[in-house]
Design a protein around this ligand. Structure first.
Ligand code: HOZ
Length: 427
């Protein structure tokens, strides 16, 4: 594998950007190597500056459900660009995309388009606080909801491997209203509500956690969250930035038949462009300016190129709903191959999966962090040497797309079967 050009770029990048990157996990630090620099991508393949090519199971951390450079999406974006890049005015496409999203997720009676998942969550929490007139929020240990101040408490994703439990630069007063419970622990949630119930504005949860690796909600967990938030008049927010349009057109809320009060979306909703959304019950959304006093705004919100990519991507998924069964089947095959090895725990749902380097059940943050991250790093290196790119961290998800070909899935299966666990674990 040639790495000279990526090495040079990385050296220069490190003089210009913190850690040489624009988002921490991309620096590959938790797998103990330097990152490759991608030049282009097509279908299920990534090509780097040195001419290496990988089968990609990161898919830009989720948006790439159709693979890279999907022809219809690219064509629509090309056409849209000629009409102008940004107007800062309402457009027809915003209305079209809003209608599509609300049609897929009926719990979103009204929606606001923003630019990133972080912005969507931050705004949803503000709306919930404005609506209820309460301050406290409940989140789960290991669930990641973007990097806004109040939510960087026991968060997942890069924070699990970055060596800092939470973030510097956040005054304690900003997180004083954030209460944290272990994922899947209904008893602890009940205790929190018994103590603070009348002060809780909202409870936010990834209905399938995917930022401490993939962790599934246990039977009754989401139902319990629905019931207790309703009982105490708190807003239930489903963070579906990853699961939205990934587990199906209706996301995790359709999959588990739970109607949250609010939902946050990103990734697939923008078809690979910076677009995210939050929405929910009409009376909550009507608290947002200019109708109400909860302020939230953005110059590039509802950007015409991003809405075009979103519309094009969702149109493909709506026209070909069989994609969901196909990508789930591929993910199941991969999961089965991993499960044939001792010393691994696999969580999989739809086209999302994670392989944890532990033989214990992974059901929450404490069990996830029990994984052997050195073994994960050895596995990552082995996959890379075999032309396969998986997440450069134990605590992220593996994403399967409609572009993963039968041949590439077969190559991946062979590679998984060939894993030498003695070597990986240095047994
Ligand atoms: N927050 C993303 C992982 N859950 C990482 C995004 C990126 O580095 O691009």
């Amino acid at each position: 594998m040639r790495t000279e050009i990526s090495e040079d770029l990385y050296e220069k990048a490190c003089t210009l950007m913190p850690g040489g990157v624009n988002s921490p996990v991309r620096a590959f630090r938790s797998v103990g190597r330097i990152p490759f620099f991608v030049k282009s991508a097509k279908g299920d393949r990534l090509m780097d500056e040195d001419g290496n090519e990988w089968i990609d199971y990161v898919c830009s951390w989720g948006p790439g459900i159709l693979g890279h450079a999907y022809p219809e999406v690219v064509q629509k974006v090309r056409e849209a660009v000629l009409d102008g890049l940004t107007f800062g005015t309402p457009t027809r496409k915003e209305v079209e995309l809003a209608e599509m999203i609300c049609g897929c997720m009926p719990s979103m009676e009204k929606i606001r388009l923003v630019n990133s998942g972080t912005e969507a969550v931050m705004s949803a929490v503000r709306a919930a606080r404005g609506y209820t007139g309460r301050s406290r929020i409940v989140k789960f240990r290991g669930c990641y909801h973007g990097h806004s101040d109040g939510l960087l408490v026991k968060a997942g994703s890069g924070l699990l491997t970055g060596g800092v439990p939470d973030s510097d630069g956040i005054p304690a007063s900003y997180t004083a209203h954030t209460l944290v419970a272990p994922y899947n622990d209904t008893q602890r949630v009940a205790e929190i509500f018994r103590e603070y119930g009348q002060e809780i504005a909202c409870l936010i949860v990834e209905p399938v956690a995917a930022n401490m690796g993939v962790v599934l909600p246990e039977k009754g967990f989401l139902e319990f969250l629905r019931e207790i938030t309703e009982r105490y008049g708190a807003v239930l927010i489903f963070d579906e930035v990853i699961t939205g349009f990934r587990l199906g057109l209706g996301g995790a809320q359709e999959y588990y038949h739970i109607r949250p009060d609010m939902t946050t979306l990103g990734k697939i909703a923008g078809g690979g462009m910076p677009l995210a959304a939050y929405g929910g019950r009409r009376e909550i959304m009507d608290c947002i300016a200019p109708l109400g006093n909860v302020y939230q705004a953005g110059t590039l919100s509802g950007n015409p190129i991003a809405t075009t990519a979103g519309i094009a991507t969702l149109s493909v998924l709506m026209d070909q709903p069989e994609i969901y069964t196909q990508i789930e089947e591929k993910a199941e095959k991969l999961a089965d191959a991993y499960r044939s090895h001792a010393g691994l725990w696999v969580n999989q749902i739809g086209s999302l999966l994670s392989v944890f380097f532990t033989d214990r059940t992974v059901r929450d943050y404490s069990s996830a962090v029990f994984s052997n991250v050195d073994a994960y790093a050895a596995y990552f290196e082995y996959m890379l040497e075999n032309g396969i790119y998986v997440a450069p961290s134990q605590f992220e998800a593996m994403f399967v797309s409609s572009a993963h070909t039968r041949e590439d899935i077969e190559l991946t299966l062979q590679c998984i079967r060939g894993l030498d666990m003695q070597k990986i674990y240095k047994w």
